[in-house]
Ligand binder design. Structure first.
Ligand code: CMC
Length: 436
């Protein structure tokens, strides 16, 4: 805060030692300066002006956002101000989805309406099932999902009208509603099983489980503990502020692409093993380690840089990821129903050693959301290639909230970073016969 009596001001003084000139730039929100304020710093009038260089956006605020708050040092995660622990304990996924999308918890009437709207948008055009036939039998589920969501944009050409709030809300409902249907269709198609269509009287997660696993019976009743566990996992994955896929969503959306096309891009980003594909990579890693007795050797490989401990580390969290703590507890509840996943012992031993070893401690590497989630997914009966899809379904909510926030933000324009050019300076073209 500025204080004239003590001579302090909310500004930053910059002295350019190349020219001896001094500049004063405004400090916003406690500790932020506008990168454009650096542009006035020039050696001479013909100079372009100063830029900041920030590969991988390590220290750049790309936007203002009121959706999700993270304090990485303290391990705090809040959606619209509500702590993740309270939401995971007391709320449901669709209630949290409404909160993230609209900014406030719904009244009972608003929640009923939202649940109704999402429920009644779950069907997809039958042509979408033909699309599944175009894939190879062993196609990865994320490849199918990314293509399906991109294809859906062609069924809703009106989604291009991104300036109309009512139209946006319809597309948001459609995307939240249809993701489980497309995911279940991808799974059943992969397995060669007949498709199961949505049942409107079931909850969001029960309907998803029904479309996935019902076979040979008229009615499928998911175990309530497992249904709730999946709902909690969906709550935990619903948003995570400016991560790689949310940024992709914003960047594509900033060109005013329709939300289906933008979301296909966001899903492609999520698919990467350093992001939402990490849950699948963790399971494959645990299988590869195979036994608790092999853990020390694996850890040595990580320290020697031959391996990466998947499910550990985070750009923002420099303490325990609060989502991982909740997932670890949820895993115990699930295993009481399904029996203990034998890979859990390997995971626990990896965590125990990693939390003691200087390599991990000195780099603040703790388990992240993906370390334990795969063990639950596997206990619920999902094959590993479905794990990133199980991340993408709830994250749809976060992507759409971030997308809408970007569209409503007067300061945002088409995303277009600068570069520091390092190529050759101008030279004359040489015909091929004259090249040495
Ligand atoms: N195993 C071994 N070393 C690691 C790991 C790891 N999982 N993560 C980071 N490091 C090391 C890294 O080598 C570097 O060491 P040094 O400073 O000596 O070169 C140091 O820790 C800092 O890592 P970084 O790569 O600069 O960190 P980042 O912020 O660029 O990357 C990350 C973050 C999540 C990509 C990375 O920690 C990672 O690859 N983790 C494994 C993949 C994973 O679990 N991803 C899921 C993230 S949570 C879900 C989501 O939101 O996407």
């Amino acid at each position: 805060m500025s204080d004239e009596s003590s001579g302090t001001r909310n500004t930053l003084s910059i002295r350019d030692n190349r020219t001896g000139k001094e500049y004063e730039v405004e400090v916003l929100d406690g500790d932020v300066i506008r990168a454009m304020d650096l542009r006035q710093i020039k050696v001479d009038d013909g100079d372009f002006g100063m830029m900041s260089y920030d590969p991988a956006f390590g220290n750049t605020a790309f936007t203002r956002s009121s959706v999700t708050f993270i304090d990485g040092a303290k391990g705090i995660l809040e959606y619209r101000g509500y702590p993740i622990e309270q939401l995971a304990e007391q709320s449901s996924f669709l209630e949290v989805a409404y909160l993230i999308l609209k900014g406030e918890l719904p009244t009972q009437t608003e929640l009923d309406q939202f649940v109704h709207d999402v429920t009644y948008h779950t069907y997809v055009h039958e042509n979408m099932t033909d699309l599944l036939d175009a894939f190879r039998y062993d196609a990865h589920s994320m490849g199918r999902m990314i293509s399906s969501i991109a294809a859906l944009s062609t069924f809703y050409p009106e989604a291009k009208d991104v300036d109309d709030p009512a139209n946006r809300w319809i597309q948001i409902n459609r995307l939240v509603a249809k993701m489980p249907t497309l995911a279940a269709f991808a799974y059943r198609h992969h397995r060669g099983l007949p498709l199961v269509y949505p049942e409107n009287e079931l909850s969001y997660t029960a309907n998803f489980l029904n479309m996935l696993f019902r076979i040979g019976v008229k009615e499928y009743k998911p175990n309530p503990v497992l249904e709730r566990a999946l709902d909690v996992l969906f709550i935990l994955h619903a948003d995570h502020e400016q991560n790689c896929s949310a940024t992709t969503m914003r960047v594509i959306g900033s060109a005013q692409a329709d939300p289906f096309s933008a979301m296909a891009g966001a899903m492609a980003a999520l698919y990467g093993p350093l992001h939402g594909g990490a849950n699948e990579a963790v399971l494959r890693m645990l299988h590869r380690i195979g036994d608790v007795k092999n853990v020390p050797q694996f850890i040595d490989g990580v320290k020697n840089r031959e391996e990466r401990l998947m499910g550990f580390g985070h750009r923002v969290y420099k303490s325990y990821d609060p989502r991982a703590a909740i997932i670890k507890r949820t895993a115990e509840e699930v295993f009481e129903v399904t029996g203990r996943n034998p890979l859990l012992d390997i995971a626990l031993e990896l965590e125990r050693i990693a939390l003691e070893e200087d390599f991990f401690v000195s780099r603040n590497l703790y388990p992240n959301v993906d370390f334990y989630s795969g063990l639950i997914y596997q206990a619920l009966g999902f094959p590993v290639e479905m794990f990133p899809v199980l991340f993408a379904i709830p994250r749809t909510v976060g992507w759409l909230a971030q997308w809408e926030e970007m569209l409503m933000d007067d300061e945002q324009r088409i995303a277009r970073p600068r570069q520091v050019f390092t190529g050759p300076s101008r030279r004359e073209f040489v015909p091929v016969e004259e090249r040495g």
